[in-house]
Design a protein around this ligand. Structure first.
Ligand SMILES: [Zn+2]
Ligand SMILES: [Zn+2]
Length: 342
């Protein structure tokens, strides 16, 4: 089999390796499609504080269950599956209160241990999630970004009929927008300054406004009767977007900081807005196995599949992985680049 090895920062090589054999509690997945995420490029560039080389990157994928050491009644060899992307310790307080994403000793797939940019992936069998028969494999490969949206929308506390503002119309902003709409948001407005991304978000049927544009305040007021948004998601981790997002919160509103600024970066905050309007600012980190189980169910149901399919912009064979990584980095018109490892 072949795997895409990050041999040094900014250097990948398709190398030959033996197909892994599952030990007790383990399984092997034959990867079909793997998506390239912004965080993979971060690792690739050597900017991730806890990643080390050599490493197999990637955490967005689906594939067929190839082998399993201890059979699971609910998943058979040949089933289309994904694997949850964090390894929690299962013994700390966070793990035992349903918040494994906050585990004191959490390990991240494709960053702290080998990820999905490979033909055969060794995983813990109890982190596997099965898709329904007949699910489109390209959509199944989007389960992890959809899981981010499930976790973030849940954490925002969004209720039906509320209005949502999303700072940044990249892939994560768009998938949160889809999930917010699916979860009952009345109006969803995205902010974006890049004209290509504005066009892509409009193609998906969303209201998009340039926060530096003249009509931004009018568009926000129209969506919210001038009262501001109940739930706000900031994705870009840029100060100007952060400030805009805070300013558009409704009284009692909740803002989620989704984007991760570089380590040590400080933000200015209008603290009076938080105090006098009783607003809340919440963080988010990773997601849980249950978030991914729900994302898989949403994909199985097909309810978001038409919109999700528009996120897949290009598919490259594994031999062209370097081109795929470069495309994902430089082309603003692509939302998700998939690598075909079959
Ligand atoms: Zn990702
Ligand atoms: Zn733990």
């Amino acid at each position: 089999m072949k795997k895409l090895l990050l041999t040094d920062w900014k250097k990948v090589q398709l190398v030959e390796a033996p197909i892994p054999e599952p030990g007790p509690g383990q399984a092997v997945v034959r990867i079909k499609y793997a998506g390239i995420c912004g965080s993979d490029l971060h690792v690739f560039d050597g900017k991730h504080p806890s990643a080390t080389v050599p490493l197999v990157m990637g955490h967005e994928a689906c594939g067929q269950l190839y082998a399993i050491h201890d059979p699971r009644g609910d998943i058979q060899v040949g089933d289309l599956v994904c694997a949850h992307t964090i390894k929690p310790c299962r013994s700390c307080e966070a793990c035992n209160t349903g918040r494994e994403n906050l585990c004191a000793d959490v390990k991240i797939m494709g960053t702290n241990f080998d990820g999905v940019f490979t033909q055969y992936l060794l995983v813990e069998a109890n982190r596997l999630i099965k898709f329904a028969p007949g699910v489109d494999e390209k959509l199944a490969a989007l389960v992890e970004p959809l899981t981010v949206a499930v976790h973030d929308v849940r954490r925002s506390g969004l209720r039906p009929g509320e209005n949502v503002l999303i700072g940044g119309a990249g892939p994560i902003g768009l998938v949160i927008a889809m999930m917010a709409k699916f979860s009952g948001a009345a109006h969803v407005v995205l902010t974006e300054i890049d004209p290509t991304r504005i066009g892509l978000a409009r193609d998906l049927g969303f209201t998009v406004a340039d926060p530096t544009g003249e009509d931004f305040d009018r568009i926000c007021a129209q969506a919210t009767d001038g009262e501001g948004f109940e739930r706000v998601f900031e994705i870009t981790s840029v100060q100007s977007s952060f400030t805009t997002c805070v300013s558009k919160l409704k009284k009692g509103g909740v803002m989620l900081q989704v984007g991760m600024p570089p380590a040590g970066k400080q933000f200015q905050l209008d603290i009076n807005k938080i105090i006098y309007s009783e607003c809340e600012l919440r963080g988010v980190r990773h997601h849980t196995m249950n978030d991914m189980q729900c994302a898989a169910k949403i994909i199985n149901s097909g309810v978001l599949n038409e919109q999700l399919s528009k996120l897949v912009s290009a598919v490259y064979p594994m031999e062209q992985s370097m081109e795929a990584l470069e495309r994902a980095r430089s082309d603003k018109s692509v939302l998700r680049v998939l690598i075909d490892f079959s």
